[in-house]
Design a protein around this ligand. Structure first.
Ligand code: GKE
Length: 331
């Protein structure tokens, strides 16, 4: 119902901000948006929403946030791309406090539905050693060997969600995000993921006139990237489904990082000399989403082509870059 209270934890971030925007656009009038960041640092901030700046590692804050809630979307996390999670494993694992306390508070508040944003980082590393990766099925999370730090936090909280459902009756739903990208996301500062990072580097090269780009790894590593609009279809659908197990939410358009750079260069109408930094954070060699289950459950799967989503992302980052560094150097 449009008057029921929807809570978005992590609303100051990329996906959380888009979720608040999505709910508002779809007529939901009673939204509580929460993030630890000051409002000035939120990626999207809306009037007519109960915006709260709170540290959700603390149980009492989670209780405040969940009070009276009908649905809770728990996306709050200390996270980022490989450049962040590889170098901040303890910080990433502390996010277990958020998931655990939000589950406790949601259960006490008798929340109807609880969504948890998990990640493809839960998947067993041994199944991601080749660029020619076999798309990951949900069962490939076990035997457990997730991404160090961040992946363990995600897998642990997945299991907490399951036990809170089985033991306490809290209706939890879980999506494993596969590298979500789009406008209003992190594009510099170290937490950015590859799509935004590569767009920024192409833009920087155009500004500077130095037509070269540093690529982490050898560029042969593969990923699939999901545009934010697909995420905004999938998250509410999974929340209101009977999908009790963690489910992939990603595209199966597998590309190499070199191909990602090709697309960004085409959008930016520039060709750059490529330098490969083999010492930079690389993550797994190959990762893709097997969408068999989501197709079975929802008769839908994410499918916005990377070329289409990256163009919108590039244009947005370009405008942000000009706003931050001035138009004078824009070429
Ligand atoms: N971030 C970044 N920046 N990655 C780069 C860059 C660059 O300038 N150049 C090349 N890459 C390569 C990375 O080395 C990695 O092999 C690939 O792009 C993707 O890096 P990423 O987007 O930072 O993160 P990953 O897909 O490896 O892992 C992310 O997966 C998400 C879920 O799919 C995680 O960092 C989390 O953000 C999340 O779990």
């Amino acid at each position: 119902m449009s008057r029921d209270l929807i809570v978005v934890a992590g609303a100051g971030g990329f996906i959380g901000g888009h979720l608040v925007s999505h709910f508002r656009r779809n007529g939901f009038e009673n939204i509580r948006a929460v993030d630890i960041k000051p409002f000035s640092e939120w990626y999207q901030h809306f009037d007519g929403v109960d915006n709260q700046q709170l540290d959700l590692m603390l149980l009492e804050n989670c209780r405040k946030v969940c009070d009276g809630a009908s649905e809770v979307y728990c996306l709050a996390a200390d996270m980022g791309g490989m450049g962040f999670i590889e170098l901040n494993k303890a910080k990433c694992m502390l996010t277990v406090l958020i998931g655990t306390h939000m589950l406790q508070a949601a259960q006490e508040a008798e929340v109807e539905r609880f969504f948890y944003s998990s990640s493809a980082c839960v998947y067993n590393a041994d199944k991601q050693t080749s660029e020619d990766v076999i798309a990951l099925k949900e069962s490939d999370a076990y035997p457990a060997m997730p991404e160090d730090g961040y992946g363990w936090e995600k897998l642990f909280t997945e299991r907490m969600c399951r036990h809170f459902r089985e033991d306490f009756g809290l209706e939890t739903r879980i999506a494993r995000f596969h590298n979500v990208y789009g406008p209003h996301g992190t594009w510099d500062g170290g937490r950015e993921k590859a799509p935004a990072a590569i767009c920024r580097k192409v833009i920087q090269a155009k500004f500077s006139g130095k037509h070269e780009i540093e690529i982490w790894g050898d560029g042969k590593q593969t990923r699939s990237f999901m545009y934010i609009d697909d995420c905004l279809v999938g998250v509410p659908a999974i929340m209101h489904s009977d999908i009790l197990e963690p489910i992939n939410l990603g595209t199966n358009e597998l590309v190499t990082i070199n191909q990602l750079v090709d697309i960004a260069e085409e959008i930016g109408e520039v060709k750059l000399e490529r330098r490969y930094n083999l010492d930079a954070p690389k993550g797994v060699n190959g990762r893709n989403s097997d969408n068999t289950k989501i197709r079975e459950y929802l008769d839908w799967e994410p499918g916005i082509p990377l070329r289409e989503g990256l163009e919108k992302t590039y244009r947005w980052i370009y405008d942000e870059y000009v706003a931050k560094y001035g138009a004078a150097r824009a070429v």
